[in-house]
Design a protein around this ligand. Structure first.
Ligand code: ADP
Ligand code: MG
Length: 697
């Protein structure tokens, strides 16, 4: 308890360190999202500095999240020279609220030319400042939003904050209609479960593919994979346990509610989940979790892999983003209530989510798109690339009956009438048995299971917030000014369920039948990043994000370019790494082996003329055949990789070429190398094997 948040300038610290008036003013600023005035900033900065310096801080940084997907920081020390040749520790209000980092090397997707290098970071006072302690010392980190000179968002945080405001605004309109006059804000709440792999650093260091691409580009399957399911929830090995212990301590210090930890399905795979909090803080914290995972692993001679698919043939990693909406007086809007009134409100918010997910399935899908996730979705280990909602039988039944008119029967018996009767209790565990759904209702929240393990959750969450804000705005438009509120609500909900029930699917999402059924229902199946991304720049998408003030058309186009470019760059790095490994390591290794086999034939024959060297001859033939194939597949990959580079003027065409041609050539090259791996003598194989990496922790 003492350690928790010891490194966070949180509410308790602020109350203690700030003069009463300043504390009140700051609270109000945070609560209502008001701009921070200069005088107040000065007072807060002084208190923050004193607190940080007392805890050993020498530097501060505006901590932000550019479109690279990781966090960025530029440290500045507090020192300021005095006339007598000494220094004092200084930190001004101006330095707290605004930074001006040279932004020229962050991706902007054409939003800013290099000569307008200036970017701004601005304190997001809804996320508390914290101290980062590592080998570089103690640094005061101020969570900030990052935008260009002309005010366009260049980061992950800005649209997330804007979407939270949009959702709050529309949800409050609906709440007001239900007679709620006390809530002044609705926040989206998020709890992300993070999956990751750990491998021994000595193996990692010998694998250029892991170093450069984060995933293995070669590797034959070991004799044992995950088929025995003996790793899942298994007892945690001591070495990993020691790592987890330190991880938790580090996270608790910076205020992350690290709560659950366990072995995951794949060998060497694990999960950590914090207790949910507001979307913005959850997103900041998830970045810190990823950062801390890597740092602490390193201290234990381990490497943490956050890639979606580090090992072929073995389950990959995702992030389950648990999401709901809550009023500032603590009411979870997706919690089925106990009174008819609460139930009616619950069904309204539930219907809003259903409508949103069906209307904008393509946006949700593309919010999870990246090169790594393409290996995972639809591969029978993660949901398919088709968006659908799992509600469970009971809720589905209730909605269907809503559709059929006012008074209805419930599956468990009894009558349900909107505004009159209560819902039967929905046991949470009854709704959580289907693990194959990309978007599942789990009792009092939704679990978005498509999200990739390596990316910031800000993207998926700002999309979710915005599309639900749009649904709520539609519902509020219909209901405001209605003569008979309950009758009109009944009508609206009925229409929503009728129109959008195609998105509800409670069956096995991994099955072939579902793919066919979904097609019949007219649901999109956007298999890869390249298929999904063009939906970002449609008129429909731009109209949505502009209406709710989340992204401008310019910002959308820049993000579209950044994601596509990133996709192509990533595959290009993978292709070059493969070529390097195949040409300089695998080919020579195979050649030495086959040469040693060949020379053994003549040595044996020389020694004993009648000896049978049939086996050696067969092996030489087989391996030489594969060697030839290896060379031709290297040549092919080299050729298409060069061709892909030529397409730089058209980012979509280029990304499509990488997916269609380069990835195919990579798979072909891998296939022959993996065959060779199990033929060549172990001591000659140049890389650690799957067996070593996955089973020797
Ligand atoms: P499971 O593995 O069964 O999905 P976990 O306990 O690992 O369950 O994760 C559930 C996550 O959902 C936790 O992070 C939890 O805090 C979060 N959660 C619970 N209630 C809400 C809510 N109302 N809004 C957002 N997240 C929530
Ligand atoms: Mg889960």
């Amino acid at each position: 308890m003492e350690k928790f948040a010891s490194h966070v300038f949180n509410d308790a610290v602020m109350r203690e360190k700030l003069p009463k008036q300043a504390y009140k003013a700051l609270k109000k600023t945070i609560e209502y999202g008001l701009p921070l005035n200069a005088d107040l900033a000065e007072v807060v900065a002084g208190a923050m500095r004193d607190w940080a310096v007392q805890k050993g801080a020498t530097h501060f940084t505006h901590w932000f999240q550019p479109m690279t997907g990781i966090t960025a920081e530029k440290h500045e020390s507090f020192i300021s020279p005095t006339t007598d040749g000494r220094v004092i520790m200084e930190f001004s209000g101006k330095e707290l609220i605004k930074g001006e980092p040279d932004a020229s090397s962050f991706p902007s997707g054409g939003l800013r030319s290099t000569f307008e290098a200036r970017g701004y970071t601005a304190w997001d006072c809804t996320s508390p400042a914290f101290l980062k302690e590592d080998a570089s010392g103690v640094t005061l980190c101020i969570p900030t939003a990052f935008c260009s000179y002309t005010g366009e968002a260049l980061d992950k945080k800005t649209p997330l904050l804007r979407s939270m405001e949009a959702l709050s605004k529309q949800a409050l309109r609906v709440l007001k209609l239900f007679g709620n006059s006390t809530a002044t804000k609705v926040v989206s709440t998020v709890g992300p479960e993070q999956e990751y792999f750990l491998i021994d650093k000595k193996y990692f260091d010998q694998r250029p593919d892991l170093i450069f691409a984060g995933r293995t580009l070669f590797g034959a399957l070991p004799p044992k994979g995950q088929e025995l399911e003996d790793h899942y929830f298994g007892s945690i090995k001591e070495r990993v346990g020691a790592f987890m212990k330190e991880l938790n301590t580090e996270l608790w210090k910076i205020g992350v509610y690290a709560k659950t930890q366990h072995n995951e399905v794949a060998p060497a795979q694990f999960e950590i989940a914090p207790i949910f909090t507001s979307a913005n803080i959850a997103s900041d914290h998830n970045q810190l979790v990823m950062d801390t995972l890597k740092k602490v692993a390193n201290r234990h001679g381990l490497v943490c892999l956050l890639h979606e698919k580090p090992f072929a043939g073995i389950n990959g990693s995702g992030k389950h983003v648990n999401w709901s909406m809550s009023t500032n007086d603590g009411e979870n809007l997706l919690e089925p209530g106990h009174t008819p009134h609460q139930n009616m409100q619950f069904l309204t918010f539930l219907s809003a989510v259903i409508k949103a997910v069906d209307d904008y399935a393509e946006l949700l899908r593309l919010s999870t798109a990246c090169a790594g996730n393409d290996h995972r979705l639809g591969a029978n280990e993660a949901p398919p690339a088709i968006i659908s909602i799992f509600l469970g039988d009971q809720l589905t039944d209730i909605l269907e009956q809503l559709c059929n008119g006012g008074a209805t029967n419930c599956k468990v018996g009894g009558k349900l009438e909107l505004g009159v009767s209560t819902l039967p209790p929905l046991p949470a565990d009854a709704t959580d048995r289907n693990r194959t759904s990309p978007f599942a209702f789990t009792g009092n929240k939704f679990e978005f299971r498509m999200v990739p393990s390596s990316i910031s959750i800000a993207g998926p969450v700002f999309v979710l917030n915005t599309i639900v804000a749009e649904s709520l705005s539609y519902i509020a438009d219909r209901l405001e000014g209605a003569q008979d509120f309950t009758a009109e609500l009944q009508k609206v909900l009925k229409e929503i369920v009728q129109k959008h029930k195609r998105i509800i699917f409670n069956g096995n999402g991994y099955s072939e039948e579902w793919v066919k059924e979904a097609e019949k229902r007219g649901l999109l199946n956007l298999r890869s990043t390249v298929d999904a991304l063009p939906y970002f720049i449609t008129e429909k998408s731009i109209a949505l994000f502009e209406k709710h003030g989340v992204l401008t058309s310019k910002e959308i186009n820049s993000r579209y370019e950044i994601v596509l470019e990133n996709y192509s760059k990533q595959i290009n790095i993978e292709a070059l790494t493969m070529l390097d490994m195949a040409k300089r390591k695998i080919l020579p290794a195979v050649n030495s082996y086959v040469t040693s086999l060949a020379s053994s034939i003549s040595i044996i024959k020389n020694a004993v003329a009648t000896a049978d060297t049939g086996v050696q001859e067969e092996m030489v033939l087989e391996i030489s055949g594969l060697l030839k194939e290896l060379k031709s597949r290297i040549d092919r990959l080299e050729k298409v990789t060069l061709e892909a580079k030529e397409l730089h003027d058209d980012s979509l065409a280029q990304a499509a070429y990488y997916r269609n041609e380069v990835l195919t050539a990579m798979n072909d090259l891998r296939e022959v190398c993996d065959k060779l791996e199990v033929l060549v003598a172990e001591e000659l194989w140049p890389f650690p094997t799957y067996q070593q990496m996955l089973f020797k922790l």
